[in-house]
Ligand binder design. Sequence first.
Ligand code: SF4
Length: 87
Amino acid sequence: MSECPSLKSCAFFKEFERDEKRRLALKGFVRKFCKGPEQEKCVRKKIKAKLGMALVPVNMMPNGSKLSGTSLDTWDKKVLTYLQQNN
Ligand code: SF4
């Protein structure tokens, strides 16, 4: 399985990769999504394609949920609508 071309620049990983408490969870996401079988199911990727890179929330996990301990406050309404319609 090839690696997602966005992995090195993905804002989610850039923001949280140095957080010791989240490192294990991030590794799991990379294995499952970024370098694994669920790559095409990555919600970050889908929102980027549909709404543009600028609207992909930094704290959105590849499964489309917010990272625990972070807030939905910065998520654009279009993103929330997309998630409601595609769940
Ligand atoms: S989270 Fe999604 S967009 Fe980011 S690198 Fe992984 S598969 Fe690609």
